[in-house]
Design a binder for this molecule. Structure first.
Ligand code: ADE
Length: 224
C-alpha cells in the first residue's frame, strides 16, 4: 500500500516512520510512505500556506490553494481510496479503522495545523476525518504517524509471525494476556506455572481467561 502525507512539518514525522517495523515494511516493499511539504505547493514568494481567518477569530487558517495543488498533483498520478484529514473533530481512530485502511491501495493523509484549514478543503477534497483521541495536538503530524504505524503493522506479511498481529490487544475486542520471559523466578516473583507446563491447550485456556479478566477489569466497555 502507498501512503502520501501532506504536511508543513515533514521533519516531525520522518523519524517514527523510519525505524523498527515501519522501516522494515518499507524496505520489504509492503508499504511506501511519501512525505510532501505543503510549502512546495505554495505560489507565495515566502512559501506561505496560511492566512488570517475571515470574520476575525484567533489564529491562522491553512489556505485552500496549496492544498488543492498538492492533492491534485497526487490524484493526477493514481486513484486514492481515501483522503484523510487528521483533526480532533474526526471519527475516533481504533483497531477496526486501522485494519480496514491496511486493506486499501493508496491513501493521502493531510495533516492539520494552526487553527484549522479552510472549510472548503474538508467539503470538497477530504473523504474521511480521523481523530486519535479527545485532546488537541499542536498539529496533525503525530496523529498521522500514529495512524501509519497502526495501519502498516497489520498489512499481511509485515509482522513475520502473522499470529502476532492477530493476537494484539483489540483485535478481538479483548486485551492481550500477560506475557513473561526468563528468568522463571525473579526474587521470588514467579511466572505462572501453567506457562512452564508445555501443555498447549491449557496455556491457551489460561491466556483466554486472563484476557477476559483483564478486559472485564480494565476496559469493560469492550465487552459490550
Ligand atoms: N490534530 C490535533 N489534535 C488531533 C487529534 N486529537 N487527532 C487527530 N489530529 C489532531
Amino acid at each position: 500500500m502507498r501512503i502520501d502525507i501532506i504536511t508543513v512539518l515533514p521533519e516531525l514525522i520522518q523519524s517514527p516512520l523510519n525505524h523498527s517495523i515501519l522501516k522494515r515494511a518499507q524496505d520489504k516493499g509492503f508499504a511506501e510512505i511519501h512525505l510532501h511539504n505543503l510549502r512546495d505547493y505554495s505560489t507565495d514568494k515566502h512559501h506561505r500556506v496560511d492566512d488570517y481567518p475571515f470574520g476575525g477569530s484567533a489564529g491562522m487558517v491553512m489556505q485552500i490553494e496549496p492544498i488543492d495543488r498538492a492533492i491534485s498533483a497526487l490524484k493526477a498520478q493514481r486513484h486514492y481510496d481515501e483522503i484523510i484529514y487528521t483533526s480532533p473533530d474526526g471519527e475516533k481512530f481504533d483497531q477496526k479503522i486501522a485494519n480496514s485502511l491496511s486493506m486499501t491501495q493508496n491513501i493521502i493523509i493531510l495533516c492539520g495545523h494552526y487553527k484549522g484549514i479552510d472549510f472548503r478543503v474538508r467539503e470538497h477534497f477530504i473523504t474521511r476525518e480521523i481523530s486519535i483521541g479527545d485532546y488537541v495536538l499542536t498539529g496533525g503530524e503525530l496523529a498521522a504517524a500514529v495512524i501509519c504505524d497502526a495501519v502498516v503493522r497489520v498489512i499481511p506479511g509485515v509482522i513475520s509471525d502473522e499470529q502476532s498481529a492477530l493476537s494484539d490487544s483489540f483485535q478481538d475486542n479483548l486485551l492481550a494476556p500477560p506475557v513473561y520471559t526468563r528468568p522463571a523466578d525473579y526474587n521470588g516473583w514467579k511466572v505462572p506455572e501453567v506457562l512452564l507446563s508445555g501443555h498447549q491447550r491449557k496455556i491457551e485456556e489460561w491466556q483466554l481467561q486472563q484476557s477476559l479478566e483483564r478486559t472485564q477489569k480494565l476496559r469493560p466497555d469492550l465487552l459490550k
